[in-house]
Design a binder for this molecule. Structure first.
Ligand code: M6R
Length: 369
């Protein structure tokens, strides 16, 4: 049941703190040590891995892009992220030392399942990250790490996405800690911080009113651009997908640095641009780069909404609107910055009187190739 909410999607967005909390529970000790029991893959197998390939579709693939930043930083293992439906057709290089991570909420997405089968035929080790217990992808993988978001009914993925990002971070932290990481202290500190993230997600949800007001302001928009840098880039892609799916508004996500290579030609008077701003305190270099992108957009008449840290005293000088989220380590920030983008898409859909649980032309799980 919708539990008194307007839609399953709203209910599921509000369940995000719990979805993340359950996915973390028992997997991070109070000292920040990460344990992943019952994966079905031996530690000795993980110890041999020299490459990771993530395969997934849609929202799950954006979560996979976040895994790349985390695994490469903490584990120094090269990571590729592939859309599952492209993967088999490019004759990828796979062997017994390749870990293929297949991410799927439903565990039934045919494109992802076919990628899993192909990877196993090639002798790779397949770990799936699935939300549905006993799903086909989970069964056909060598091992499975379950996200514990609970059933997701709405077509647009919300709580399953945050749980996937959490599981990806847990996997990265686990690999880093037992294989040995040059950033060992950072991995323990971030793991401890991850335990506190459900409360920060709650605080982000509590600010929905501000986002809804913004959605009302943009009721007439016909195009919205999303830009981000580092892990803000996949968050921008996710924000754009949510808006397309739910509100049927043309939206695109870009890497902030890529804008000047073409897409900036789209910016004219009043064009809404939502910018995911990296933490000023944690990465002043990235922050400065994104500030200069904001200035480029403003100089061409764009209307900038920044999603930025609470403590960011600089962004307000440049952006037209600021949506503040609690401060976090850079790799955890997607668990917070995604939330206002979900609320924004749902708010705009509500403004337009659309059914957010069953958007047109879409199915919850895509079981055809
Ligand atoms: O069940 P899966 O995670 O494999 O589904 C993958 C995509 O089809 C899914 O994330 C899709 O992009 C959602 N509708 C996004 O909200």
């Amino acid at each position: 049941s919708k539990g008194g909410h307007a839609s399953f999607m709203v209910k599921e967005m509000l369940e995000q703190p719990e979805a993340v909390r359950r996915t973390i529970q028992d997997r991070i000790g109070i000292d920040g040590s990460v344990r992943l029991d019952g994966l079905g893959i031996e530690e000795s197998t993980f110890a041999r891995i020299n490459k990771v390939v993530v395969v997934a579709c849609g929202t799950a693939s954006y979560g996979g892009q976040i895994a790349k930043y985390a695994i490469e930083r903490w584990c120094r293992i090269p990571v590729e992220v592939d859309l599952a439906h492209e993967f088999r057709y490019r004759t990828p290089l796979l062997d017994a030392r390749t870990l293929v991570v297949a991410i799927s909420q439903s565990g039934e997405t045919m494109d992802t399942l076919m990628a899993v089968r192909y990877a196993r035929e090639q002798g790779a080790v397949v770990l799936s990250i699935c939300n549905t217990q006993g799903s086909t992808i989970a069964r056909e993988s060598n091992g499975v790490l379950h996200t514990l978001a609970g059933p997701e009914i709405a077509v647009a993925s919300t709580k399953a996405f945050l749980a996937q990002v959490t599981a990806n971070l847990l996997l990265a932290l686990y690999l880093a800690q037992f294989r040995g990481s040059a950033l060992r202290e950072e991995t323990f500190a971030v793991a401890k911080e991850l335990r506190r993230i459900p409360d920060l997600i709650q605080r982000t949800l509590d600010r929905a009113g501000r986002v809804n007001a913004l959605a009302a302001d943009l009721r007439e928009a016909t195009s919205v651009l999303f830009i981000g840098r580092h892990v803000g880039f996949p968050v921008a892609l996710e924000g754009a997908l949510k808006l397309k799916e739910l509100a049927y508004i043309h939206a695109e996500g870009f890497a902030a640095g890529e804008l000047k290579h073409g897409a900036i030609a789209l910016i004219d008077q009043g064009q809404p641009v939502i910018v995911i701003v990296p933490s000023l305190r944690h990465s002043s270099l990235l922050h400065a780069k994104v500030m200069s992108t904001i200035q480029e957009v403003k100089a061409r008449g764009g209307w900038v909404v920044a999603v930025a840290d609470d403590g960011d005293g600089v962004v307000a000088e440049w952006a037209d609107e600021v949506i503040a989220v609690p401060e976090s380590s850079p790799l955890l920030a997607p668990l917070l910055t995604t939330v206002p983008l979900q609320l924004f898409a749902a708010g705009l859909a509500a403004e337009k009187g659309l059914d957010v649980d069953q958007p047109r032309n879409l199915a919850k799980s895509v079981t055809v190739e």
